[in-house]
Design a protein around this ligand. Sequence first.
Ligand code: HEC
Ligand code: HEC
Length: 366
Amino acid sequence: MQFDDSPETYMRILLAMTLALAACSTQEEMPAVEPPTGVEVFTQPLDDGNAFSCNTCHALEEPAEDGMRRVGHALGDAAHRPSWKDGRLDSFRGAVNSCVTEWMRGEAWSAEDPRWLVLNEYLAAQSDPPAAAVDIQIVRPPGDLTGGDADAGRALFNTSCGLCHGNNAEGSALAPGLLGLSLPPDYIAGRVRFSGATDSPVYDGLTGGAMPFWGGDRLSDAELIDLVAFITEAEPDPDGNNGDLPNDATIPDCPSTHALVGTTMPLTTRFHRVEGIVTVVNDCAVRIDSFGFDGQGIDVRIYGGADLDFADGFNMSADLKNFPTGYDGDTVIGVLPDGKTLDDLGAISIWCVPVGVSFGDAVLGQ
Ligand code: HEC
Ligand code: HEC
């Protein structure tokens, strides 16, 4: 087309632009429905099941990235094993379907189910064949459950059972709180060793419940006795606080002279559902209100920086990691370290220190 400035040419250009714009906005309004990826199937609950994901009960490898011990064996080499569920099953899909139906309360997946296809591909890619079968031991708890160490039991609980029952057994969306219920020791031990469907085709001797059993190879009798001591002896926290969390940090006494004091900015959400409103409360501290965060990560801090490049930033809090309880509408406080002033604080991040990733951030003073 030759360009001239006749009205027809303008009309044609205008029409082409309008069509292009229309095409763009239609695309934006109706995004194609993406099939799930393998990692999504592994880490998210089923649409037709309960609140558990594969990752609630299985890590890819051990120790797991998030430091939590899972009830089931790690699955990084599971696709290459010769048999599953103590030799009861010789098909990997059959073994996965046993968990999908018995533990996740979903419908079994057909060989063509897109969730099965992507998950199988994802798990098979985690390691090279061959792999050995694993031993699954359903064992009777010891007759004598006394003499456990409640402090050791609390620490163990938080890294093993806490994934479902919440930190310090306070309860979470996945499982109830366990303290202050006067649960008898042999009942607790029985629930740990034998929970699961009584009519399971692959596990013998289970006595009911939605909780998965802990095999003898996944949790020792000595550990079970420490857990019993913790659950029977510990008092529930009356405030529902999950122990020594940075939510408990208070705002330090400090003058309010700097121009930034009073500034309020929302956090931009990047990862792990981080959200909140940052307020500079005085010359030494910021407060994040309506704070949301799923609590996952390795070592997650409130970080300050001159700008959004927090690799050069500085720490302002204790570790915020608090999985699986997380944060929902909470308040957390960040305090400037010695030697830093509000002049150094151009931006705030919820920063995963070892990985160097911002889960959410805000630029202050703009
Ligand atoms: C609520 C807990 C739970 C969930 C959710 C769960 N599993 Fe399991 N799974 C178990 C338990 C318990 C076992 C048996 C004990 C063990 O593996 O040590 C098991 C065993 C397995 C095995 C057999 C291991 C072997 O070699 O014998 C496979 C494979 C498996 N799970 C895959 C999956 C996959 C894939 C998902 C997600 C679709 C999933 N599981 C979800 C609890 C669970
Ligand atoms: C995958 C999630 C999950 C994990 C991990 C888990 N539980 Fe449970 N647990 C549940 C659920 C869900 C219930 C409630 C439903 C039921 O009774 O099965 C429950 C119930 C219980 C009960 C019975 C509570 C009552 O009031 O009757 C006890 C005791 C218990 N769990 C202890 C533990 C201990 C100890 C651990 C760690 C060794 C643990 N659980 C790990 C999900 C879990």
